[in-house]
Design a protein around this ligand. Structure first.
Ligand code: GUN
Ligand code: ZN
Length: 483
């Protein structure tokens, strides 16, 4: 038995793939709704009808339940839950993080998870909270690694997940990623990120996930444990997360909260139900608010919205438009925007994963200047063949006396006419030029100049850009005229 993962499409560090477990296939990115057998607001069978291919439930809850333990052991999880997809079980580590201790050993939970017929089993890892110091994080990581190794030795044929811990210490996360990778895991959850997401610490989340990814192989399926609100899924997928387990649909419903891909609303504050799902199109906001079934209906809506967002992300990866989606989603909260900017700060790293060519590049504001495509363009600029005297012309018009005349497209920079139809020059849509994008284009000119110290450079631009160009491209002659 094995968990295998096949990547089919890529965009940024995100991927669309197929996870194969026990003869079933899960399309990724995937959402695994958290199912609590004691209060199934939405039944696993309903979930399956909504397109859910995998779910997660807590083995610890089953083990301690007088109602479900024996039944699960006798019939198996698929029968008890009435779900014919992939079932992942968590070990009790989440309870460990909330209550401090659990009455189960690593071996016991692993044996139990297998005995109830779980498809993906999780050892008893230790979710180190973000406020833990380095010493504690390292100590707990060592224990987690011991348990992962023990799991491998005890159950070499089991479909084991290899959690990546390490607190907020990026070197520990990277080391942890490498260590589980060396043990041969093909399915690795990044753990202990719930407190980061609950506190909107998306910058830390980006650092932690990217660090774990550095240690992991790109061939490994990455699960983000306990994520989260759908507004952060696009960001997480851009970092290379493939699976999410989320209880948000139910937790939010319990609190009367209505999820949208941009954020959530209190149902009491809604005059309208701005969503195309079955629930929202069959009643008014008032009716939903007053319904006896309100919690369940909200959970249904929340789940529909969450699943639709996952589908939208899969489509964006396939289309090569994930940056645009991340940009859109991350504008719904300032802390998400901070996370997005942190991700952009790692563009050099992400660029290695990203595709060389895409269908399009839409400029969405100054953040777009730091996208992987711009960075890559600045890396290829030095290879543009040029003569001794080079003119970069903002408006396409020439000045006599130059060996090479290049056009200019911000935020990329100079380009020869041969590249006019190729990505990104030909497929990029930019609004009226602004300072940030022209500055970024000037960085492209500088890259060309640095690669050709033997050539002399001039820029032809309108008056409005002259000062900026003089500042950004020192050493170039500037021709400007009133336009
Ligand atoms: N659920 C949320 N976070 C975690 C984690 O770090 N480990 C496990 N096993 N489950 C989780
Ligand atoms: Zn709805």
């Amino acid at each position: 038995m094995a968990i295998t993962f096949e990547v089919i499409h890529k965009d940024i560090a995100g991927r669309v793939g197929k996870l194969r477990v026990n003869g079933r296939t899960v399309r990724t990115p995937a959402l695994l709704p958290v199912v609590n057998p004691h209060l199934p607001l939405v039944t696993p069978r309903e979930m399956q009808e909504m397109g859910v291919e995998a779910l997660i439930t807590n083995a610890y809850i089953f083990r301690r339940s007088t109602e479900f333990c024996d039944k699960a052991l006798a019939e198996g999880l698929h029968s008890v839950l009435d779900f014919d997809g992939t079932i992942m079980t968590d070990s009790g580590s989440f309870q460990l993080s909330v209550y401090g201790e659990v009455e189960v050993s690593n071996r016991e939970t692993l044996e139990f998870q297998q005995a109830i017929g779980s498809d993906i089993i999780v050892p008893l890892d230790i979710p180190t909270p973000p406020d833990a110091g380095r010493e504690r994080a390292a100590r707990e990581l060592a224990t987690t690694m011991d348990r992962i190794r023990e799991a491998r030795e005890l159950f070499p044929d089991a479909n084991l997940a290899g959690p990546v811990q390490g607190g907020i210490f990026t070197d520990l996360r990277e080391e942890a990623g490498r260590a589980v990778q060396d043990l041969g895991f093909s399915f690795c959850p990044v753990g202990a990120v719930v407190p980061l997401m609950e506190n909107y610490r998306y910058q830390d989340l980006v650092e932690v996930v990217l660090a774990a990814k550095r240690g992991l192989s790109p061939a490994t399926a990455v699960h983000l444990f306990g994520a989260g609100h759908p507004s952060m899924f696009a960001l997480a997928v851009a970092m290379g997360c493939d699976l999410f387990d989320s209880a948000a649909y139910a937790l939010f419903a319990r609190e009367g909260r209505y999820i949208t891909p941009h954020g959530s609303f209190k149902i009491d504050e809604l005059a309208e139900l701005p969503c195309p799902c079955k629930v929202c199109r069959s009643m008014t906001a008032d009716e939903l608010r007053r319904s006896e079934d309100r919690e369940r209906l909200l959970a249904l809506h929340n789940l529909y919205v969450t699943l639709a967002e996952i589908a939208r992300i899969r489509q964006a990866v396939q289309d090569g438009t994930l940056w645009e989606l991340v940009d859109e989603r991350c504008r719904s909260h300032p802390r998400l925007l901070a996370g997005y900017r942190k991700l952009l700060a790692h563009a050099t790293e992400l660029e290695h994963y990203d595709n060389v060519s895409k269908r399009r590049f839409f400029y969405c504001g100054s953040e777009s200047c730091r996208r992987t495509e711009v960075l890559r363009y600045h890396e290829v600029v030095p290879r543009i063949p040029i003569g001794e005297r080079v003119l970069v012309s903002f408006d396409g018009r020439e000045v006599p006396g130059f060996d090479t005349v290049l056009n200019f497209k911000p935020p990329f920079g100079p380009y020869p006419v041969e590249l006019a139809e190729t990505f990104p020059i030909g497929q990029s849509e930019v609004p009226e030029w602004d300072d940030d994008m022209v500055r970024s284009g000037c960085a492209g000119i500088r890259a060309l100049m640095e690669a050709h110290p033997e050539s002399r450079f001039a820029v032809r631009c309108g008056d409005v850009w002259a000062q900026l160009v003089l500042n950004e491209v020192p050493g170039a002659e500037v021709y400007h005229e009133r336009v």
